[in-house]
Structure formats: C-alpha cells, structure tokens
Design a binder for this molecule. Sequence first.
Ligand SMILES: O=C(O)CCC(=O)C(=O)O
Length: 264
Amino acid sequence: MDERDMTDLADDFARDGAVCVRGAVPADLLQRVTEAVDANLADPSDLAQVASTADDPGRFVEDFCNWPRFPAYLELARATAPLAQALMGSRTVRLYHDHLLVKDAGTRQPTPWHQDQPYYDVDGRHVVSMWLPVDPVPRDSTLEFVAGTHLGPWLMPRTFMQREAKWFPEGSLVDVPDVEADRDAFPVLGWALDLGDAVFFHALTLHGSQGAIGRRRVISIRFLGDDVERVQRTWRCSPPIPDDATFPLLLTDAGTELDEARER
Ligand SMILES: O=C(O)CCC(=O)C(=O)O
C-alpha cells in the first residue's frame, strides 16, 4: 500500500473508528492462518465457548488467547502490526490477544451490538482490532460498525444471550442504543470481504453482525499501543488475562522486532 492510501485510511479511521483494508494478508500467510484456525477449532482451549439455541441450526464458537499454541497467529499479528501502528498513530504495537469467532453455515443468532473495551482490562485510546475472515464474507454476514462511536462514551457491556450486566455495575454506564430498531438512524458501515481483506476497528467502536449464510471462520487480533495501561477490575474480564501475562512487542518505530514478551 502506498503512503497516500495509508494516510487516507488513517483519516477514515480517525473519523469513523473502522476501515476495510483490501489485501491486508497475502495468500500464503492466509493459508497458514486458515490451518491454524482449523487446528484451534479441533483443539479448543479452556476459554472456548459455544453459543447455540434449540431453534438455531448453527452455532457461534469463540476462543481466546491461543497465540502461544499456534505460531501462525503470532505471524499474522506481526505481519499486520504496521497497519495497526499507522491507524492507531502509535510508536509501538503489542499483541494483546487473539480471538477466534466462527459461525457455522446457517447460524441465525446475531452478534449483538457492543463495544469491546468495556469487557477488557485496559485503559487508553490505542486499542485496535483486526477482524480477518478466512472465508469470503458477503455484506449481509459481515461485521458492521456505527461510525463515530469510537469517540465515546463507554457503553454498558452485557452478556450476549441473557443481557446481564456482569462487568460494570448496572446503571453505571449508558446502555447500548437499539440500532436494529431503527438502523436508518445510525451511520452503519460494513463491507463484503474477499480472502485476504480485513477490517480494523477501534475497541470503542460499536459493532455487531447478523447470522451467517455460509460458514464464517474469523480470527481477530487485538493490538495495543503506546498509551495503554492495564487496569485491575473487580470482575472477571473477557477474555480473562492473568495478572502476570506478557504482551509481545510486535513493532517499534525502529522496525519490526519481537522481544521476549516484556511485561506491560
Ligand atoms: O464475529 C462476530 O460476529 C463478532 C465480532 C466481534 O464482536 C469482535 O471481533 O469484537
């Protein structure tokens, strides 16, 4: 990508909190990542969860923090860190965690509209996700965003199925607006994605998705930048990251370099 295109993308990101990057991941790396996604599905971690209901022919499978087991996830994070760096406007980029999000073909359940950062244990503005499908995703199954919501405020995180307030206490944050009740009232963005395309979004950008017509395997990489601090919550965050966890340094302004996972 030339410098001009990157500047345009960074401007769009600063305005909307979400951008689509065409051809973000080359075919050979995407192949290794796809194999890692399948290996991860076949051997989920203790953090994996499966959401299914009796009236839904599909399931929504999630897993977290598997980069130590699947080197292709770390390779992916490293390869795409320069994009995260440019979008965040941060000198450094660290890997926060990976998040697997797979919907079977025919899954009806939507992913409710939410922001990510209220579920996390980090403060700061430099928190960005890359959402990379390893299957082509049509417009009606893709991740959608409400442009501008990355500027705040923080909105109430709730469990997806029961809508419980398990993180911030009930009433302490404004509730997420009912976007589905009046979609035309919100600036909703979304892109059909081909193999290698990815969306990048700020951890405060309100986002959600509908069900999936075809199988929709996605790996998401969560990046941290210069201004981020870990915070102690009195509740279990999602994902729950151990106090002594380390976050690999992917990039500094001096170039790409993996250090020995210096603690932050
Ligand atoms: O894949 C989805 O449907 C939801 C993705 C999401 O919420 C996220 O990546 O934070």
